[in-house]
Each structure stands twice: as C-alpha cells, then as structure tokens.
Design a protein around this ligand. Structure first.
Ligand code: GDP
Length: 304
C-alpha cells in the first residue's frame, strides 16, 4: 500500500475534523486554536504533545493577527515536522545497514499481538530486497505459536531461521543465532524476544541476559533495540512504551497497524513523548507493507 492509502483512515478523519474546526472562520483565533487542540487530542497525538504543537502555532499566529485559516494546514505540517525532527534527526534513506565484519543485530521487543512477528518478517523482506543477507532468531521461546509464526515468515521471505524448542533459554537461541549469522557472513540478525509485561523484573532480566550472551559473539550487540507498538491501541501503546523503556534501552520504534486506525496521530505523540525515533511504520499485513518513517512525507500525507 502507498503511504496515503495506508494512512487513509487517519487522513479522512483529520480532514473532516479540521474542516469542522474552522467552519465559518476566516482567521485563526482562540476558538480555532481550541478546536484544533481537540482535533489533535482526538487523533491520539497525546495531551502533552498537542499542547506543545498548539503553543508553537499560537506563537506563529500571534505575530500575524490576520493568519488565515487556509494556512492552518501548512502551519500544522511545519510545526509537527519540526517537532518530529527533534527526535528523528537521523532519518534513513532506505533499508541500508552500516558495513561491518559482524552482523548488525536488531533485538525486537514488544508485547504479543502488536505485530512483532509480522514486522520482523517485513524487515527481513526489505533487507533481503536491499541485497542484505538476513538471519532470524526465534528467541521468544515462551509460546510455541511465536516460533511457528516466525518460521512461516522465514519460509515466506526465504531467509534462515535459528530456533530451539519451546521453553528453551531465549539467550541460548540468541547466541546460536549470532553464531550462525557470523559463520554465514550475514549482514543482519533479527532476534525476536518474548514481551511479557506482567512481570517486569523477569522481562528486564531476560533482555539483559540475551544482550550479555549476544556480546560474547558480537561485542557491540545489539545495535538496535526495536520496540514494536500497535498504533491502533492509543493509550495502551503509550503505556507499553513507558514500561519497555523502563525495562531496557529502546533505540527505535515501529508503529504498526496504522492502516486500521483513524488515530495515527499516535506516531507524533509517542515519538515526542519518549524522544525515541520512529523508524518504521506498518500499514498493512503483507510483506511490502512496512515503510521507513519519513516525517515530511508523513505530515504531508496527514494534512494535505
Ligand atoms: P505478534 O504477536 O506481536 O507477533 O503479532 P503478529 O505479527 O502475529 O500480528 C498480529 C496480527 O496483526 C496479525 O493478524 C497481523 O497480520 C496483523 N498485523 C501486523 N502488522 C500489521 C499492520 O501494519 N497492518 C495490519 N492491518 N495488520 C497488521
């Protein structure tokens, strides 16, 4: 799907709400700003981030008392893109990886059901398409289904998967995966992990152990800790981000299922609130439906 199609539900909803926010108005006044605040909050941008955006727009408008409502879309695009840039300054141009003797290690975290397995499959597809050699590791050994699902993706994308039986030590699977990736001269190893939030100490210990064991093979692993969040779950996604950032050092975010929600504003709020770059967005179930997040294209798509 294209970005516009993938975001169409949010897009349409924002368009309608913005239309209502300025109805009968010719210039941006306090009432328009109040309405705008509501548009952003009801699009799951989050209260704090919304207030920040409104403040910035207010500052721009106060300099020019005759700011027309027809310029509101451009104002929104500019101010939100600027906000996102503060967290996403190092945007990737494509699915590339730094050249290295050792595999680039991506450790994937997130609770069940958010689209973790799907995102790993899509990442594998994209890296493979970019000419990279990929190895997957099924270190979510807590559920048999997790291993099976990842295996289906590995077969679909045609990349090797390292697994052990259900209940085996996740760190051991991660170790095997990196050993295998290194032996094969792979460019990237993507490690799935179990996301059991109900026991935070366990989660923290498990992730720490996986990291330590991986470093026996690749000293600076993981290069990326990617937290997957379901973009259609609004406040739950915020809460999960809070929990996971407490349990481990998260370096990048992937927001999934944006095609299924009218509240894609969550991308803006989460990026701003946690100061972690949104690197990928999921806009469908197929392997092609993962995109690198590009702030300008994103705001352009939402507010045009
Ligand atoms: P996991 O339990 O976190 O590994 O979740 P899965 O990867 O199994 O995904 C759960 C469900 O969400 C599956 O039905 C996926 O097809 C679906 N899914 C994942 N990502 C997306 C997305 O970006 N868009 C849509 N529409 N569905 C998605």
């Amino acid at each position: 799907e294209s970005l516009d199609q993938g975001l169409s539900k949010t897009k349409e909803s924002v368009f309608k709400k913005l239309g209502r926010a300025i109805i009968g108005k010719s210039k941006v006044d306090d009432e328009v700003l109040d309405n705008l605040e509501e548009v952003l909050i009801t699009s799951d941008v989050g209260v704090d981030t919304t207030l920040k955006v409104i403040e910035r727009i207010e500052a721009r408008v106060s300099k020019d008392k005759y700011f027309g409502v027809d310029e509101l879309n451009n104002l929104l695009k500019e101010e939100i893109a600027a906000l996102l840039e503060e967290n996403n300054s190092g945007e990737e141009a494509d699915f590339d990886l730094p050249a290295s003797d050792t595999p680039y290690v991506i450790m994937v975290v997130g609770v069940n059901g958010v689209g973790k397995t799907t995102t790993i499959g899509k990442l594998a597809h994209n890296f493979k398409k970019a000419g990279k050699k990929v190895v997957l590791g099924a270190a979510d050994t807590f559920r048999a289904a997790a291993i099976d699902q990842l295996e289906i993706w590995a077969e679909r994308v045609d990349v090797p998967l390292v697994k052990q039986s259900m209940g085996s030590d996740p760190a051991s699977v991660a170790y095997d995966t990196l050993a295998s990736a290194k032996a094969q001269g792979a460019d990237v190893a993507i490690i799935d992990t179990a996301g059991r939030l109900h026991n935070k100490v366990n989660l923290m210990n498990e992730l720490t152990k996986i990291k330590n064991v991986m470093r026996k093979i690749v000293p600076d692993a993981p290069h990326e800790v990617l937290l997957i969040l379901d973009g259609s779950t609004g406040q739950n996604a915020f809460e999960q981000a809070k929990q996971f950032t407490k349990a481990t050092e998260v370096s990048a975010l992937a927001l999934t299922k944006l095609d299924g929600t009218a509240k894609g504003g969550v991308v803006i709020g989460i990026s701003d609130q946690f100061k972690i770059p949104v690197k990928y967005i999921g806009i469908g179930e197929k392997m092609e439906d993962l995109q690198l997040f590009r702030r300008k294209e994103f705001v352009e798509s939402l507010f045009s």
